[in-house]
Design a protein around this ligand. Sequence first.
Ligand SMILES: Cc1cc2nc3c(=O)[nH]c(=O)nc-3n(C[C@H](O)[C@H](O)[C@H](O)COP(=O)(O)OP(=O)(O)OC[C@H]3O[C@@H](n4cnc5c(N)ncnc54)[C@H](O)[C@@H]3O)c2cc1C
Length: 422
Amino acid sequence: MRIVVIGAGVLGVTTAWYLARDGHAVTVVDRDPMPGQQTSYANGGLLHASHAEPWNAPGVIWQLLRWIGREDSPLLLRPGQIPRLTGWGLGFLRNSSRHRFERNTSVNAALAVHSLQLLRQLRRDTGIRYDDGQNGILKVFHETAALDKARHASKLMAPLGVRHSVLDARQTVALEPSLGEAEDQLTGGIYYPDDESGDAHLFTQRLATLAAAEGVTFRYGVDVRGLRREGGRITCVETDAGDMEADGFVIAAGNDSKRLAAAHGIRLPIYPVKGYSVTLPLAGWSNPPTIPLIDDARKVVVTVLGDRIRLAGTAEFAGYDTSLQTRRADTVLRQAAGLYPSLGEHAAQHTPEYWTGLRPMTVDGPPVLGPSPLSNLFLNTGPGHLGWTFACGCSRVVADVINGETPAIGLDGLGLQRFQRW
Ligand SMILES: Cc1cc2nc3c(=O)[nH]c(=O)nc-3n(C[C@H](O)[C@H](O)[C@H](O)COP(=O)(O)OP(=O)(O)OC[C@H]3O[C@@H](n4cnc5c(N)ncnc54)[C@H](O)[C@@H]3O)c2cc1C
Protein backbone atom coordinates (compact mmCIF):
# COMPACT_ATOMS: atom_id res chain seq x y z
CA MET A 1 0.00 0.00 0.00
CA ARG A 2 1.03 3.63 -0.48
CA ILE A 3 0.80 5.24 2.96
CA VAL A 4 1.25 8.85 4.04
CA VAL A 5 2.23 9.43 7.67
CA ILE A 6 1.56 12.97 8.93
CA GLY A 7 4.23 13.92 11.46
CA ALA A 8 7.92 13.11 11.83
CA GLY A 9 7.99 13.07 15.62
CA VAL A 10 9.01 9.92 17.45
CA LEU A 11 5.59 8.32 16.77
CA GLY A 12 5.49 9.19 13.06
CA VAL A 13 9.03 8.02 12.37
CA THR A 14 8.60 4.70 14.20
CA THR A 15 5.31 4.17 12.32
CA ALA A 16 7.10 4.77 9.02
CA TRP A 17 9.87 2.39 10.05
CA TYR A 18 7.54 -0.52 10.82
CA LEU A 19 5.34 0.08 7.78
CA ALA A 20 8.34 0.20 5.45
CA ARG A 21 9.71 -3.03 6.96
CA ASP A 22 6.29 -4.59 6.34
CA GLY A 23 6.62 -3.77 2.66
CA HIS A 24 4.58 -0.57 2.29
CA ALA A 25 5.58 2.46 0.22
CA VAL A 26 5.69 5.16 2.90
CA THR A 27 5.91 8.94 2.72
CA VAL A 28 6.30 11.00 5.89
CA VAL A 29 5.32 14.64 5.75
CA ASP A 30 6.28 17.27 8.33
CA ARG A 31 6.19 21.04 8.37
CA ASP A 32 9.55 21.22 10.14
CA PRO A 33 12.86 21.03 8.26
CA MET A 34 13.92 17.81 10.00
CA PRO A 35 12.47 15.07 12.24
CA GLY A 36 11.78 15.35 15.95
CA GLN A 37 11.68 19.13 16.29
CA GLN A 38 8.51 19.41 18.39
CA THR A 39 7.58 17.47 21.55
CA SER A 40 10.11 14.74 20.75
CA TYR A 41 12.96 17.25 20.85
CA ALA A 42 14.22 17.50 24.45
CA ASN A 43 11.96 15.45 26.68
CA GLY A 44 12.94 13.80 29.97
CA GLY A 45 14.61 10.90 28.16
CA LEU A 46 12.98 8.23 30.31
CA LEU A 47 11.61 4.96 28.94
CA HIS A 48 9.57 4.17 31.96
CA ALA A 49 6.99 1.41 32.09
CA SER A 50 7.20 2.07 35.83
CA HIS A 51 5.68 5.51 35.36
CA ALA A 52 2.67 4.37 33.37
CA GLU A 53 0.11 5.98 35.66
CA PRO A 54 -1.99 8.64 33.93
CA TRP A 55 -1.70 12.07 35.51
CA ASN A 56 -5.29 12.12 36.67
CA ALA A 57 -4.65 10.11 39.82
CA PRO A 58 -7.42 10.20 42.43
CA GLY A 59 -7.08 13.51 44.27
CA VAL A 60 -5.42 15.41 41.39
CA ILE A 61 -8.10 18.10 41.66
CA TRP A 62 -6.80 19.17 45.09
CA GLN A 63 -3.25 19.48 43.77
CA LEU A 64 -4.46 21.60 40.85
CA LEU A 65 -6.53 23.86 43.09
CA ARG A 66 -3.69 24.25 45.57
CA TRP A 67 -1.30 25.48 42.88
CA ILE A 68 -3.72 27.46 40.70
CA GLY A 69 -1.95 30.45 39.14
CA ARG A 70 1.25 29.88 41.16
CA GLU A 71 4.14 30.49 38.75
CA ASP A 72 6.68 28.65 40.89
CA SER A 73 4.63 25.47 41.31
CA PRO A 74 5.39 22.24 39.46
CA LEU A 75 1.73 21.92 38.42
CA LEU A 76 0.26 25.15 37.09
CA LEU A 77 -3.26 25.86 35.95
CA ARG A 78 -3.49 29.32 34.41
CA PRO A 79 -6.82 30.88 35.46
CA GLY A 80 -7.37 32.21 31.90
CA GLN A 81 -7.37 28.63 30.60
CA ILE A 82 -10.17 27.39 32.86
CA PRO A 83 -13.02 28.22 30.42
CA ARG A 84 -11.13 26.51 27.55
CA LEU A 85 -10.48 23.45 29.67
CA THR A 86 -14.08 22.73 30.57
CA GLY A 87 -14.78 19.80 28.18
CA TRP A 88 -11.37 18.18 28.43
CA GLY A 89 -10.94 19.17 32.08
CA LEU A 90 -14.18 17.55 33.17
CA GLY A 91 -13.22 14.37 31.29
CA PHE A 92 -9.80 14.48 32.95
CA LEU A 93 -11.42 14.71 36.38
CA ARG A 94 -14.01 12.04 35.54
CA ASN A 95 -11.16 9.67 34.78
CA SER A 96 -9.55 10.29 38.14
CA SER A 97 -11.84 7.82 39.92
CA ARG A 98 -9.84 4.98 41.45
CA HIS A 99 -11.43 2.38 39.18
CA ARG A 100 -10.71 4.24 35.92
CA PHE A 101 -7.26 5.32 37.05
CA GLU A 102 -6.24 1.74 37.85
CA ARG A 103 -7.69 0.40 34.60
CA ASN A 104 -5.90 3.07 32.52
CA THR A 105 -2.67 2.45 34.42
CA SER A 106 -2.86 -1.23 33.41
CA VAL A 107 -3.54 -0.33 29.77
CA ASN A 108 -0.56 2.04 29.76
CA ALA A 109 1.74 -0.39 31.57
CA ALA A 110 1.01 -3.23 29.14
CA LEU A 111 1.71 -0.92 26.20
CA ALA A 112 4.90 0.39 27.80
CA VAL A 113 6.27 -3.10 28.54
CA HIS A 114 5.50 -4.19 24.97
CA SER A 115 7.12 -1.02 23.65
CA LEU A 116 10.35 -1.54 25.58
CA GLN A 117 10.58 -5.12 24.28
CA LEU A 118 10.22 -3.80 20.72
CA LEU A 119 12.82 -1.09 21.34
CA ARG A 120 15.33 -3.70 22.52
CA GLN A 121 14.55 -5.74 19.41
CA LEU A 122 15.07 -2.67 17.24
CA ARG A 123 18.47 -2.08 18.86
CA ARG A 124 19.44 -5.69 18.18
CA ASP A 125 18.21 -5.53 14.57
CA THR A 126 19.75 -2.18 13.59
CA GLY A 127 22.44 -1.34 16.15
CA ILE A 128 20.78 2.08 16.63
CA ARG A 129 22.23 4.09 19.54
CA TYR A 130 20.81 7.30 20.99
CA ASP A 131 22.78 8.10 24.16
CA ASP A 132 20.82 5.20 25.56
CA GLY A 133 21.19 3.76 29.03
CA GLN A 134 20.01 0.47 30.50
CA ASN A 135 20.51 1.24 34.20
CA GLY A 136 16.87 1.07 35.25
CA ILE A 137 15.07 3.98 36.91
CA LEU A 138 14.94 5.01 40.58
CA LYS A 139 11.90 6.77 42.07
CA VAL A 140 12.47 8.59 45.34
CA PHE A 141 9.93 9.54 48.01
CA HIS A 142 9.82 12.07 50.82
CA GLU A 143 6.73 10.83 52.65
CA THR A 144 5.66 7.40 53.83
CA ALA A 145 2.16 7.83 52.36
CA ALA A 146 3.58 8.56 48.88
CA LEU A 147 5.95 5.58 49.09
CA ASP A 148 3.08 3.31 50.16
CA LYS A 149 0.93 4.53 47.27
CA ALA A 150 3.73 3.89 44.77
CA ARG A 151 4.39 0.48 46.30
CA HIS A 152 0.71 -0.36 45.76
CA ALA A 153 0.81 0.89 42.14
CA SER A 154 4.01 -1.12 41.51
CA LYS A 155 2.33 -4.26 42.86
CA LEU A 156 -0.51 -3.75 40.37
CA MET A 157 1.97 -3.43 37.51
CA ALA A 158 4.20 -6.34 38.54
CA PRO A 159 2.04 -9.03 36.84
CA LEU A 160 2.39 -7.04 33.59
CA GLY A 161 6.16 -7.44 33.74
CA VAL A 162 7.26 -4.28 35.58
CA ARG A 163 9.77 -5.61 38.12
CA HIS A 164 10.65 -3.46 41.11
CA SER A 165 12.35 -3.45 44.51
CA VAL A 166 11.33 -1.23 47.41
CA LEU A 167 14.22 0.40 49.29
CA ASP A 168 14.55 2.35 52.53
CA ALA A 169 16.47 5.65 52.56
CA ARG A 170 19.80 3.99 53.36
CA GLN A 171 19.41 1.40 50.61
CA THR A 172 18.36 4.13 48.17
CA VAL A 173 21.57 6.05 48.80
CA ALA A 174 23.63 2.84 48.67
CA LEU A 175 22.21 2.22 45.17
CA GLU A 176 22.63 5.85 44.08
CA PRO A 177 25.42 7.46 46.14
CA SER A 178 24.93 10.85 44.45
CA LEU A 179 21.81 11.20 46.66
CA GLY A 180 23.98 11.13 49.78
CA GLU A 181 23.39 14.79 50.63
CA ALA A 182 19.60 14.26 50.36
CA GLU A 183 19.38 11.13 52.51
CA ASP A 184 17.75 13.04 55.40
CA GLN A 185 14.81 14.13 53.21
CA LEU A 186 14.15 10.64 51.81
CA THR A 187 11.70 8.08 53.12
CA GLY A 188 12.84 5.55 50.55
CA GLY A 189 12.82 4.64 46.90
CA ILE A 190 11.63 2.09 44.38
CA TYR A 191 14.04 0.75 41.80
CA TYR A 192 12.75 -0.50 38.43
CA PRO A 193 15.60 -2.47 36.82
CA ASP A 194 14.00 -2.92 33.37
CA ASP A 195 13.35 0.75 32.62
CA GLU A 196 15.69 2.57 30.28
CA SER A 197 16.69 6.03 29.13
CA GLY A 198 17.83 7.73 25.95
CA ASP A 199 17.62 10.82 23.79
CA ALA A 200 14.32 10.71 21.88
CA HIS A 201 15.48 13.35 19.41
CA LEU A 202 18.67 11.48 18.52
CA PHE A 203 16.64 8.28 18.20
CA THR A 204 14.06 9.94 15.93
CA GLN A 205 16.72 11.42 13.68
CA ARG A 206 18.73 8.22 13.44
CA LEU A 207 15.69 6.05 12.85
CA ALA A 208 14.56 8.47 10.12
CA THR A 209 17.93 7.93 8.42
CA LEU A 210 17.52 4.15 8.71
CA ALA A 211 13.93 4.41 7.43
CA ALA A 212 15.07 6.47 4.43
CA ALA A 213 17.53 3.67 3.65
CA GLU A 214 14.54 1.28 3.73
CA GLY A 215 12.84 3.40 1.07
CA VAL A 216 10.74 5.83 3.15
CA THR A 217 10.35 9.26 1.50
CA PHE A 218 10.52 12.23 3.89
CA ARG A 219 8.90 15.49 2.79
CA TYR A 220 10.09 18.18 5.20
CA GLY A 221 8.98 21.80 5.28
CA VAL A 222 5.53 20.76 4.06
CA ASP A 223 2.48 21.88 6.02
CA VAL A 224 -0.56 19.61 5.97
CA ARG A 225 -3.64 21.82 5.81
CA GLY A 226 -6.22 19.05 5.81
CA LEU A 227 -7.35 15.70 4.51
CA ARG A 228 -9.71 15.33 1.54
CA ARG A 229 -12.48 12.83 1.87
CA GLU A 230 -14.73 11.02 -0.55
CA GLY A 231 -17.45 8.95 1.07
CA GLY A 232 -15.96 6.94 3.89
CA ARG A 233 -12.36 7.27 2.70
CA ILE A 234 -9.56 9.80 2.59
CA THR A 235 -8.17 10.34 -0.89
CA CYS A 236 -5.29 12.72 -0.25
CA VAL A 237 -3.64 15.13 2.14
CA GLU A 238 -3.82 18.75 1.12
CA THR A 239 -0.55 20.54 1.73
CA ASP A 240 1.03 23.88 0.95
CA ALA A 241 3.13 21.97 -1.60
CA GLY A 242 0.14 20.37 -3.34
CA ASP A 243 -1.99 17.28 -2.80
CA MET A 244 -0.49 13.91 -1.85
CA GLU A 245 -2.53 10.85 -2.76
CA ALA A 246 -2.20 7.46 -1.08
CA ASP A 247 -4.12 4.31 -0.17
CA GLY A 248 -3.77 4.80 3.59
CA PHE A 249 -3.10 7.72 5.95
CA VAL A 250 -1.79 7.90 9.51
CA ILE A 251 -2.26 10.95 11.73
CA ALA A 252 0.79 11.13 14.03
CA ALA A 253 0.79 14.90 14.19
CA GLY A 254 1.21 15.39 17.94
CA ASN A 255 -0.74 18.39 19.14
CA ASP A 256 -2.13 19.15 15.66
CA SER A 257 -3.78 15.72 15.37
CA LYS A 258 -6.93 17.03 17.04
CA ARG A 259 -7.48 19.77 14.43
CA LEU A 260 -6.78 17.47 11.46
CA ALA A 261 -9.17 14.81 12.75
CA ALA A 262 -11.89 17.24 13.86
CA ALA A 263 -12.45 18.41 10.28
CA HIS A 264 -13.88 14.92 9.61
CA GLY A 265 -16.00 14.63 12.73
CA ILE A 266 -13.38 12.68 14.66
CA ARG A 267 -13.23 13.99 18.20
CA LEU A 268 -9.82 13.48 19.81
CA PRO A 269 -9.97 14.52 23.47
CA ILE A 270 -6.38 15.75 23.59
CA TYR A 271 -5.02 18.79 25.43
CA PRO A 272 -1.44 20.15 25.18
CA VAL A 273 0.14 20.02 28.64
CA LYS A 274 3.24 22.16 28.68
CA GLY A 275 6.51 21.03 30.24
CA TYR A 276 10.08 22.24 30.47
CA SER A 277 13.51 20.69 30.27
CA VAL A 278 16.97 21.93 31.14
CA THR A 279 20.10 20.39 29.59
CA LEU A 280 23.62 20.82 30.93
CA PRO A 281 27.02 19.35 30.17
CA LEU A 282 27.90 16.56 32.58
CA ALA A 283 31.64 17.27 32.68
CA GLY A 284 32.73 19.10 35.81
CA TRP A 285 29.92 17.84 38.05
CA SER A 286 31.77 16.00 40.78
CA ASN A 287 28.97 13.72 41.96
CA PRO A 288 26.53 13.01 39.10
CA PRO A 289 23.79 10.38 39.28
CA THR A 290 24.29 7.09 37.51
CA ILE A 291 20.66 5.96 37.52
CA PRO A 292 17.88 8.06 35.94
CA LEU A 293 15.70 9.44 38.70
CA ILE A 294 12.05 10.43 39.19
CA ASP A 295 10.92 12.60 42.09
CA ASP A 296 7.16 12.74 41.75
CA ALA A 297 6.64 15.09 44.68
CA ARG A 298 8.94 17.64 43.10
CA LYS A 299 7.61 16.76 39.61
CA VAL A 300 11.10 16.46 38.21
CA VAL A 301 13.13 13.79 36.40
CA VAL A 302 16.92 13.68 36.11
CA THR A 303 18.63 11.69 33.36
CA VAL A 304 22.17 11.35 32.11
CA LEU A 305 22.21 11.31 28.29
CA GLY A 306 25.74 10.61 27.05
CA ASP A 307 27.85 13.57 28.17
CA ARG A 308 24.83 15.69 29.13
CA ILE A 309 22.43 15.83 32.02
CA ARG A 310 18.74 16.43 31.32
CA LEU A 311 16.27 17.69 33.93
CA ALA A 312 12.60 17.81 33.00
CA GLY A 313 9.29 18.49 34.60
CA THR A 314 6.45 20.86 35.37
CA ALA A 315 2.97 20.56 33.97
CA GLU A 316 1.25 23.69 32.85
CA PHE A 317 -2.29 23.98 31.51
CA ALA A 318 -1.72 26.98 29.27
CA GLY A 319 -3.19 26.03 25.89
CA TYR A 320 -0.98 25.89 22.77
CA ASP A 321 1.37 28.59 24.06
CA THR A 322 4.95 27.39 23.57
CA SER A 323 6.67 30.53 24.82
CA LEU A 324 9.58 29.80 27.11
CA GLN A 325 9.45 31.42 30.51
CA THR A 326 12.76 31.35 32.30
CA ARG A 327 11.04 31.32 35.67
CA ARG A 328 9.30 28.02 34.85
CA ALA A 329 12.53 26.45 33.58
CA ASP A 330 14.30 27.66 36.73
CA THR A 331 11.62 25.83 38.75
CA VAL A 332 12.78 22.56 37.14
CA LEU A 333 16.41 23.33 37.98
CA ARG A 334 15.53 24.34 41.53
CA GLN A 335 13.45 21.19 42.12
CA ALA A 336 16.36 19.00 40.94
CA ALA A 337 18.91 20.96 42.95
CA GLY A 338 16.79 20.25 46.04
CA LEU A 339 17.91 16.63 45.66
CA TYR A 340 21.45 17.26 44.40
CA PRO A 341 22.68 20.44 46.13
CA SER A 342 25.91 20.47 44.06
CA LEU A 343 23.81 20.70 40.88
CA GLY A 344 22.94 24.35 41.54
CA GLU A 345 26.62 25.25 41.68
CA HIS A 346 27.35 23.15 38.59
CA ALA A 347 24.53 24.82 36.63
CA ALA A 348 25.81 28.26 37.62
CA GLN A 349 29.08 27.49 35.81
CA HIS A 350 27.33 26.67 32.52
CA THR A 351 24.69 28.12 30.27
CA PRO A 352 21.81 25.66 30.60
CA GLU A 353 19.76 24.93 27.50
CA TYR A 354 16.12 25.58 28.26
CA TRP A 355 13.34 23.99 26.24
CA THR A 356 9.61 23.75 26.42
CA GLY A 357 7.22 21.30 24.76
CA LEU A 358 3.54 20.35 24.76
CA ARG A 359 2.57 16.84 25.79
CA PRO A 360 -0.42 15.72 23.68
CA MET A 361 -2.50 14.31 26.53
CA THR A 362 -5.79 12.43 26.34
CA VAL A 363 -8.51 12.82 28.97
CA ASP A 364 -7.98 9.32 30.31
CA GLY A 365 -4.22 8.78 29.85
CA PRO A 366 -3.64 6.09 27.18
CA PRO A 367 -2.95 7.20 23.57
CA VAL A 368 -5.41 6.85 20.69
CA LEU A 369 -4.30 4.09 18.33
CA GLY A 370 -5.58 2.32 15.25
CA PRO A 371 -8.76 2.64 13.22
CA SER A 372 -10.99 5.66 12.73
CA PRO A 373 -14.51 5.95 11.27
CA LEU A 374 -12.84 6.48 7.86
CA SER A 375 -11.75 3.14 6.47
CA ASN A 376 -8.22 4.13 5.40
CA LEU A 377 -7.42 6.70 8.10
CA PHE A 378 -5.46 5.53 11.14
CA LEU A 379 -4.50 7.27 14.38
CA ASN A 380 -1.25 7.23 16.34
CA THR A 381 -1.50 10.11 18.74
CA GLY A 382 -2.16 11.40 22.27
CA PRO A 383 0.69 9.65 24.13
CA GLY A 384 0.93 12.44 26.72
CA HIS A 385 3.87 12.19 29.12
CA LEU A 386 4.79 8.72 27.80
CA GLY A 387 5.29 9.21 24.05
CA TRP A 388 8.95 8.24 24.03
CA THR A 389 8.27 5.16 26.16
CA PHE A 390 5.30 4.17 23.99
CA ALA A 391 6.74 4.98 20.56
CA CYS A 392 7.69 1.52 19.32
CA GLY A 393 4.63 -0.09 20.92
CA CYS A 394 2.13 2.45 19.55
CA SER A 395 3.60 2.29 16.07
CA ARG A 396 3.79 -1.52 15.94
CA VAL A 397 0.12 -1.69 17.00
CA VAL A 398 -0.88 0.81 14.29
CA ALA A 399 1.16 -1.01 11.62
CA ASP A 400 -0.49 -4.31 12.65
CA VAL A 401 -3.95 -2.75 12.33
CA ILE A 402 -3.09 -1.39 8.87
CA ASN A 403 -1.81 -4.83 7.85
CA GLY A 404 -5.10 -6.36 8.97
CA GLU A 405 -3.28 -8.35 11.66
CA THR A 406 -4.14 -8.68 15.34
CA PRO A 407 -1.75 -6.57 17.43
CA ALA A 408 0.19 -8.32 20.20
CA ILE A 409 -1.70 -6.20 22.72
CA GLY A 410 -5.45 -5.63 22.41
CA LEU A 411 -6.91 -2.28 21.35
CA ASP A 412 -9.28 -2.27 24.31
CA GLY A 413 -8.64 1.03 26.10
CA LEU A 414 -6.36 2.25 23.33
CA GLY A 415 -8.69 2.74 20.35
CA LEU A 416 -10.86 5.71 19.43
CA GLN A 417 -13.88 3.51 20.12
CA ARG A 418 -13.58 4.29 23.81
CA PHE A 419 -14.56 7.90 23.05
CA GLN A 420 -16.61 7.65 19.87
CA ARG A 421 -18.69 4.80 18.44
CA TRP A 422 -19.22 4.26 14.72
C1 LIG B 1 8.94 18.30 29.32
C2 LIG B 1 8.58 16.96 28.74
C3 LIG B 1 9.18 15.82 29.23
C4 LIG B 1 8.83 14.57 28.71
N1 LIG B 1 9.48 13.47 29.18
C5 LIG B 1 9.19 12.25 28.68
C6 LIG B 1 9.87 11.10 29.13
O1 LIG B 1 10.79 11.18 29.96
N2 LIG B 1 9.50 9.88 28.65
C7 LIG B 1 8.48 9.75 27.74
O2 LIG B 1 8.14 8.62 27.39
N3 LIG B 1 7.85 10.83 27.24
C8 LIG B 1 8.17 12.08 27.69
N4 LIG B 1 7.52 13.18 27.21
C9 LIG B 1 6.44 13.00 26.22
C10 LIG B 1 6.98 12.77 24.81
O3 LIG B 1 8.03 13.68 24.55
C11 LIG B 1 5.83 12.99 23.79
O4 LIG B 1 4.72 12.19 24.16
C12 LIG B 1 6.26 12.57 22.40
O5 LIG B 1 7.42 13.26 22.02
C13 LIG B 1 5.14 12.87 21.39
O6 LIG B 1 5.60 12.47 20.13
P1 LIG B 1 4.70 12.69 18.84
O7 LIG B 1 5.43 12.09 17.71
O8 LIG B 1 3.31 12.26 19.12
O9 LIG B 1 4.59 14.29 18.69
P2 LIG B 1 5.68 15.34 18.14
O10 LIG B 1 7.05 14.98 18.55
O11 LIG B 1 5.18 16.69 18.52
O12 LIG B 1 5.58 15.15 16.57
C14 LIG B 1 4.50 15.60 15.80
C15 LIG B 1 5.06 16.05 14.46
O13 LIG B 1 3.99 16.38 13.60
C16 LIG B 1 4.32 17.52 12.87
N5 LIG B 1 3.08 18.16 12.45
C17 LIG B 1 2.04 18.47 13.24
N6 LIG B 1 1.06 19.02 12.50
C18 LIG B 1 1.51 19.05 11.24
C19 LIG B 1 0.94 19.51 10.02
N7 LIG B 1 -0.31 20.05 9.96
N8 LIG B 1 1.66 19.42 8.89
C20 LIG B 1 2.91 18.90 8.92
N9 LIG B 1 3.49 18.42 10.04
C21 LIG B 1 2.79 18.51 11.18
C22 LIG B 1 5.12 18.36 13.85
O14 LIG B 1 5.94 19.31 13.15
C23 LIG B 1 5.91 17.31 14.59
O15 LIG B 1 7.17 17.09 14.02
C24 LIG B 1 7.85 14.46 27.69
C25 LIG B 1 7.26 15.61 27.17
C26 LIG B 1 7.61 16.86 27.67
C27 LIG B 1 6.99 18.09 27.09
